[in-house]
Design a protein around this ligand. Structure first.
Ligand code: XIL
Length: 376
């Protein structure tokens, strides 16, 4: 699995500018080229009959279909219209993470995420929360403190962060990614400000840091579904074995864990019979513990937008959806954004893009059609 380029936290102005030029380029060059398999026009996609949407089809299959979203884009008419028409759930792509939501010791910034929640409520959508504990997007006041943390002082920071954020969204966020990406590829615990020494006091004690975070989140909203969200733990491998062992232990001891998030940032090479079978087996073993599985961050990155690549991508989306539909534990199919206009891929995986079901003009790509068809 290729790891994303690091050190980039938010879409940069340069990228937005570059995207603008790219869209202009597409609009100018697409006339008559016919490639790409999607309608490249500046005019809005006509509103389909309400039943011909991902949202309506997924509802009929008892599946939540979601996407990452950002409140900054809600003012774009096509962004808001597509989001509410096609999805039954949204998740803040960045705005509920520690750094943006808790930028200074006594400052919480709820404006952006509250706008997302209000949008979801106005459109009868569910909200997934992401995330409470992570190695990344931690503010300087936490990662470079003026006086060194002790286990009890850092523990107080994290417990009050979780109580404050989960409490703020109590009854509004139905599921939280409580801990994000806690494992290394070999199944050991990832080094983070929280899990290391001093950390919150459980360095060297395996999954104890995760367990403590789940307990704090559960105390703040006993009705919220609580998840550990991982990348690279989709198929059976050392990391997913460690996730499974943790899950089994937590279930055995009654630690409040509802399920596991599988991110699924993939390339079309993921779409092979053996890989999909391994994914199915992994979901199945987690389901056998009584846990839910959410596909939390699906995107299928490409190196070009040719018709051939878009067709392979459509097949990949279709096969991922088939796996989810075939496993009763798989309750949510969520993509990491929905339009190529706003995707983390070009910045984080240089040379890649075209990863989502709608193109930069919000036209439906072959991937959209294949998802819709699979949901029939
Ligand atoms: C990414 C966002 O999409 C970017 O905008 C940001 O710059 C970095 O974080 N796994 C996760 C998400 O769990 O939080 C990451 O989101 C993508 C990988």
């Amino acid at each position: 699995m290729v790891e994303p380029a690091h050190g980039k936290r938010f879409p940069k102005a340069s990228r937005i500018l570059a995207t603008g030029f790219y869209v202009l380029f597409i609009l100018v060059t697409s006339a008559g080229c016919g490639g790409g398999g999607s309608t490249m026009t500046a005019s809005p996609t006509p509103t389909p009959a309400a039943t011909e949407t991902l949202r309506a089809k997924a509802q009929a299959r008892d599946l939540i279909i979601g996407t990452a979203a950002d409140s900054r884009f809600l003012s774009e008419t096509l962004y808001a219209a597509t989001l509410s028409r096609e999805y039954s759930e949204l998740e803040a792509e960045n705005e509920m993470k520690f750094e943006p939501i808790h930028p200074a010791p006594t400052t919480y910034n709820y404006t952006g995420p509250d706008n997302l929640v209000a949008f979801a409520q106005a459109n009868s959508m569910k909200v997934r929360g992401h995330n409470l504990v992570s190695h990344g997007q931690v503010p300087d006041w936490v990662s470079s403190p003026l006086t060194p943390w002790t286990p009890s002082s850092l523990s107080a920071v994290l417990s009050s962060h979780i109580a404050n954020v989960v409490g703020h969204y109590k009854g509004k966020v139905y599921a939280w990614d409580v801990v994000n990406e806690p494992f290394n590829s070999d199944g050991t615990i990832r080094s983070t400000i929280w899990s290391d020494s001093p950390g919150i006091g459980f360095a060297g004690q395996g999954t104890k840091t995760i367990e403590q975070a789940l307990l704090w989140a559960h105390a703040a909203d006993p009705a919220a579904k609580l998840f550990v969200n991982e990348t690279g733990a989709e198929t059976i491998n050392q990391k997913s074995d460690a996730v499974y062992a943790m899950a089994q232990d937590f279930v055995d001891r009654g630690v409040p864990l509802t399920g596991i998030g599988l991110q699924l940032h993939v390339e079309t090479s993921f779409d092979s019979a053996s890989t999909l079978e391994s994914l199915s087996q992994n979901i199945h073993r987690l389901g056998a513990l009584g846990l839910e599985v959410h596909f939390t961050e699906v995107d299928v990155r490409l190196q070009d937008g040719s018709a051939t690549s878009l067709a392979a991508q459509a097949k990949t989306y279709q096969d991922l959806m088939k796996v989810c539909l075939a496993q009763t534990a798989c309750k949510t199919f969520q993509t990491w954004g929905f339009t190529d206009m706003h995707s983390w891929i070009p910045e984080s995986y240089p040379g890649f893009g075209w990863a989502l079901p709608f193109d930069e003009t919000y036209a439906k790509k072959p991937a959209y059609a294949s998802l819709l068809k699979t949901l029939q």
